[in-house]
Design a protein around this ligand. Structure first.
Ligand SMILES: [Zn+2]
Length: 122
């Protein structure tokens, strides 16, 4: 059985190894309100390595948005709500934008000042 996140061998009957489980616990404990920058401090405090953290944050499991996508959408929505906007970006929206940018298909289609695709439709 290998870890779902970092692909290293995990303990028997487990799909997540203990360092990855630790990362997930920290993310969940934060309630998604801290953002990546704030979480990094928590990860360091727990003695986790950046590689380990990245493996968990960027793990793609069954086509679902990654944890990083979820954190990004949470943070974006929190920022938008702070500005009095609806803030309805979902993790799926983040994933779509990220994948579009990576493939090059969406690169250059939006720039500063414009509304990125997938954001609130009003
Ligand atoms: Zn792992």
């Amino acid at each position: 059985m290998r870890c779902n996140y970092c692909r290293k061998p995990a303990r028997l009957m487990r799909r997540v190894c203990s360092p990855c489980a630790k990362v997930i616990v920290i993310v969940e404990r934060s309630g998604g309100q801290v953002g990546i920058a704030g979480l990094v401090d928590l990860f360091i405090a727990e003695g986790l390595e950046r590689e380990q953290v990245d493996a968990v944050l960027d793990a793609k499991i069954g086509g679902a948005p990654t944890i990083r996508d979820r954190l990004t959408s949470n943070l974006t929505n929190a920022l938008m709500q702070g500005l009095g906007m609806p803030g309805r970006q979902t993790p799926d929206d983040v994933r779509r934008v990220r994948e579009a940018m990576k493939s090059g298909a969406g690169a250059g289609t939006w720039s500063g000042g414009e509304t990125p695709p997938g954001w609130s439709h009003g």
